[in-house]
Design a protein around this ligand. Structure first.
Ligand code: PLP
Length: 452
């Protein structure tokens, strides 16, 4: 950090402050983790300076043999770890991985001369007329994904994301009584809507999903099954999620981020059956620019770590901890969406505390507990203020915390939430964004959180 400080001391200071924050607070954000020193070090080096557009062995730049080594190793570890016929390690993020997957399916399944053109040429070479032709040709493609309030992700066909502009979208949700995915309803919707792509996977669903059934449904309607396992990839890697619940043997194409439960660098990965491999392999230049070789090096390291037997133990502890946290919260009277958890996350409905998700998030943060507010199914407060708090155990499990500590954390969360009331805005009216919490309570909880 001294080297960084010599150039821009404020950045060095921000890095130090971030480390201190991450050490002192309880990181319960379900999509975060602590990557290993080996992974972090593999990312901070001279590979960052290299351009390598193209694919392994076929680059648009000279001098890529070391990048080829790195990308091939990342892909090999991914194939071995997940038992996938083909892996693509270039996507810079989860969104990019999904975009590569969507375009690969379109390229494989849609008869569109404009798509051929796009695949064969650099995106920058396309004229406005090409794009128009393309939009026209793609106009009628359909995507069916999990609704946002049931736990789906923006990239699964929702308007603020390009997936919602490329496809006509419809959603499937969860049963209003149980909060569980309703496969009969999904089947009915799929038969009626006939999507080109059926998207499985989620960001905030606390249960396992049966991908064997989803594949059956996809086959019945001629859809390609794409599973975005970004959240639970670490549990698949650690063999805690297997059989019908492991998407890799069932889906045509699987995407993931590498930085959540998988505990790698920030980035994305695509796994595919052989028939989609050639199209995925054209992710760059189809939708990606130059790959990040330093991040691919870190992906290779993290995936190698995930192939160690100790990672299976880690994955099991993530799930044990989530269950202990859920039980601890429920014992203290909290209401959980779906009444519990089977995976790494718990979705807490904070309405029984008389506050919004936004108020709960702020009160917990002030008490050293970092979570994120999240919509619950049919959320009365909408996607911004929300009624839920999503908590996940991958990061604290990496830090070595176990089920006994989870019970302490449940107690700390309950203390904060039951001590928090709605605040008022400048006009004196109740504000969904403002909360009131006695600083004595938040300070005491923050101290206990930091001691854990
Ligand atoms: N897919 C799912 C299911 C996610 O939860 C997320 C991130 O939250 C993404 C994709 C996007 O990942 P990224 O932020 O790396 O683009």
């Amino acid at each position: 950090l001294e080297v960084v400080a010599g150039v821009e001391p404020r950045i060095a200071e921000a890095i130090r402050a971030e480390l201190a924050d991450q050490r002192e607070s309880l990181k319960l954000i379900a999509s975060e983790n602590y990557a290993s020193p080996a992974t972090l070090l593999a990312m901070g080096n001279w590979f960052s300076d290299k351009y390598a557009e193209g694919t392994i062995g076929r680059r648009f730049y000279a001098g890529c043999k070391n990048v080829d080594t790195v990308e091939a190793l990342a892909a090999e570890h991914a194939r071995e770890l997940f038992g996938a016929p083909y892996a693509y390690a270039q996507p810079h993020s989860g969104i990019d991985a999904n975009l590569v997957a969507f375009w690969a399916v379109l390229a494989a399944r849609v008869e569109a001369p404009a798509l051929e053109k796009l695949g064969a040429r650099l995106v920058n070479d396309l004229t406005e007329a090409d794009w128009e032709e393309l939009r026209h040709e793609l106009g009628n493609q359909r995507m069916l994904g999990m609704s946002l309030d049931a736990g789906g992700h923006l990239t699964h066909g929702f308007r603020p994301n390009i997936s919602g502009k490329m496809f006509q979208q419809r959603s499937y949700g969860t049963d209003p009584e149980t909060g569980l995915l309703d496969y009969d309803e999904l089947r009915r919707t799929a038969h009626e809507f006939k999507p080109l792509i059926l998207v499985g996977g989620y960001s905030a669903y606390p249960r396992l999903v049966n991908f064997r059934i989803m594949r059956e449904i996809a086959d019945e309607v001629g859809a390609t099954l794409h599973v975005d396992m970004a959240h639970f990839a670490g549990l698949v890697a650690g063999k805690v999620v297997t059989g019908d619940f492991d998407p890799v043997p069932h889906a045509h194409i699987v995407t993931t981020t590498t930085h959540k439960s998988l505990r790698g660098p920030r980035g994305g990965l695509v796994l595919a059956q052989e028939e989609l491999a050639p199209q995925v392999d054209r992710g760059c230049p189809m939708v990606l620019g130059g790959p990040l070789p330093h991040v691919m090096a870190a992906k290779a390291v993290a995936l190698a770590e995930a192939r160690q037997p100790s990672f299976q133990d880690y994955a099991q502890r993530i799930v044990d901890n989530a269950r202990a946290l859920a039980e601890g919260l429920q014992r203290r009277g909290a209401r959980l969406v779906t009444d519990g958890t089977d995976n790494h996350l718990v979705l807490l409905d904070v309405s029984s505390y008389g506050i919004t998700g936004r108020q709960a998030e702020a009160a917990l943060l002030e008490s050293g507990i970092v979570t994120n507010r999240n919509a619950i199914p049919r959320d009365p407060n909408g996607n911004w203020f929300t009624t839920g708090i999503r908590v996940g155990t991958p990061a604290l499990t990496t830090r070595g915390l176990g089920t006994a500590e989870m019970d302490v954390i449940a107690d700390l969360m309950h203390t904060v939430l039951s001590g928090t009331t709605q605040g008022t805005g400048k006009d004196g009216a109740v504000s969904k964004a403002k909360h009131v919490l006695d600083p004595k309570v938040s300070d005491a909880v923050a101290q206990r959180a930091s001691d854990l």
